[in-house]
Write a protein that binds this ligand. Structure first.
Ligand SMILES: NC(=O)c1ccc[n+]([C@@H]2O[C@H](COP(=O)([O-])OP(=O)(O)OC[C@H]3O[C@@H](n4cnc5c(N)ncnc54)[C@H](O)[C@@H]3O)[C@@H](O)[C@H]2O)c1
Ligand SMILES: [Zn+2]
Length: 351
């Protein structure tokens, strides 16, 4: 696992952290235009005049090969050679994209993840998955490429718009459901305070960020290439990715995953894997975090089903689902950690 620095004020120490954990190299700061305004410009000043800055417009719609090419061209135009460290600064879109640029630039250079959304701090920045979306689906082109260093400064969360701050709790709740019921209950208890104004400044945020990272990193370490147990991290995501795709990304990743947690729990219930009380606890946590728990009525059901089958975790056309047996415990399915489910069952759970 790369060194993970979690501390308020860590962004101000980035030059020293780079010197300690990466060594001397030219720095390219890769970010989007909004993150640039809030955090990028002061960071670039701190990193020095030699820093190359490459930027794209924000949004999931820009997590594409076109953006990958634009960012890569900016580095080529600046004459960056192999002695380069790419800093991916931003939400999950930017850490996925900057990591993929680093994975492919001159056949691979080092990179550092500096996540600035809750979702990216607890999830996207860890585990080495990088990549882009295509018209056929989410994250269909990419590479495993671990960052050398992950720098997490919870103070950066203070500038997040409320819906984007809330989005991160979909992955936080997922972590509790798949691995740790006490952590799940702790988060659910604190949700109202966390979602109120100034919630990101509460000391409990540091504990939650560290708790989620501990869960995600332990699972990734047990199965880095997703041949078995790592599939549990996909809970909520087969449906979640289908929703994002069919809604043309008008529904955010966090919101789509929150709905996906509820639908996939109902799939587990229909198969006799997930107890009704667990389904209820998941739906009530999702509602407490002010997410919807049902698929919006205007999303085409046939298109959703088709999208679940094109998910890259599907096999021979059947979508596969990681399903909870209880809060904190997932169905192992004889080491597969995912179950093939008939369309009729999925269709009924979508509603
Ligand atoms: N690689 C992985 O393992 C993994 C895991 C989970 C999610 N993801 C990916 O993460 C993406 C979603 O990430 P996200 O929700 O962070 O979205 P995002 O990167 O689009 O960020 C959301 C918005 O917040 C803005 N923003 C970011 N930080 C800010 C800050 N501190 N202050 C103000 N504005 C800020 C961004 O400009 C953007 O407009 C999806 O593409 C998903 O597939 C990847
Ligand atoms: Zn996710």
């Amino acid at each position: 696992m790369p060194h993970t620095e979690i501390a308020r004020g860590a962004l101000d120490r980035l030059p020293a952290l780079l010197a300690d954990h990466v060594g001397a190299a030219r720095v390219a700061l890769v970010t989007d235009d909004s993150v640039w305004l809030h955090h990028g410009a002061p960071l670039a000043a701190l990193l020095g005049a030699d820093t190359v800055v490459a930027r794209i417009e924000p949004g999931e719609g820009n997590k594409t090969r076109t953006s990958w090419a634009a960012l890569t061209d900016q580095l080529l135009a600046a004459g960056c050679d192999r002695d380069l460290v790419v800093i991916g600064l931003g939400g999950g879109v930017m850490t996925d994209l900057a990591g993929f640029v680093a994975a492919t630039y001159l056949r691979g250079v080092s990179w550092v993840a500096v996540p600035t959304t809750l979702l990216a701090m607890v999830d996207a920045a860890h585990g080495g998955k990088t990549g882009v979306d295509t018209a056929q689906g989410k994250n269909l082109v990419g590479a495993f490429h671990d960052p050398r260093l992950i720098v997490i400064d919870p103070d950066a969360l203070a500038t997040l718009p409320a819906p984007i701050w809330r989005d991160g709790f979909a992955e936080v709740l997922k972590h509790g459901i798949i691995a740790d019921h006490a952590y799940f209950h702790l988060v659910v208890d604190q949700l109202p305070a966390l979602l109120a104004a100034g919630g990101s400044r509460l000391p409990i945020v540091d504990e939650i960020v560290a708790g989620s990272i501990r869960i995600k990193q332990a699972i990734v370490q047990s199965d880095p290439r997703e041949q078995g147990r790592r599939r549990v991290l996909n809970f909520g995501h087969t449906i979640g990715h289908a929703i994002e795709q069919v809604a043309h990304f008008a529904i955010s990743h966090g919101e789509a995953v929150a709905i996906g947690l509820c639908v996939e729990a109902r799939i587990g219930e229909a198969l006799g894997i997930t107890p009704a009380a667990t389904v209820e606890a998941i739906a009530s946590a999702v509602t407490r975090a002010s997410f919807p728990s049902q698929v919006p009525v205007d999303l085409d059901r046939d298109a959703l089903l088709a999208a679940t089958r094109s998910d890259k975790k599907s096999r021979r056309g059947a979508a596969r689902y990681a399903l909870p047996r209880a809060l904190g415990e997932m169905e192992a399915a004889e080491g597969e950690w995912a179950v093939a489910v008939d369309d009729a069952v999925v269709r009924a759970a979508i509603g």
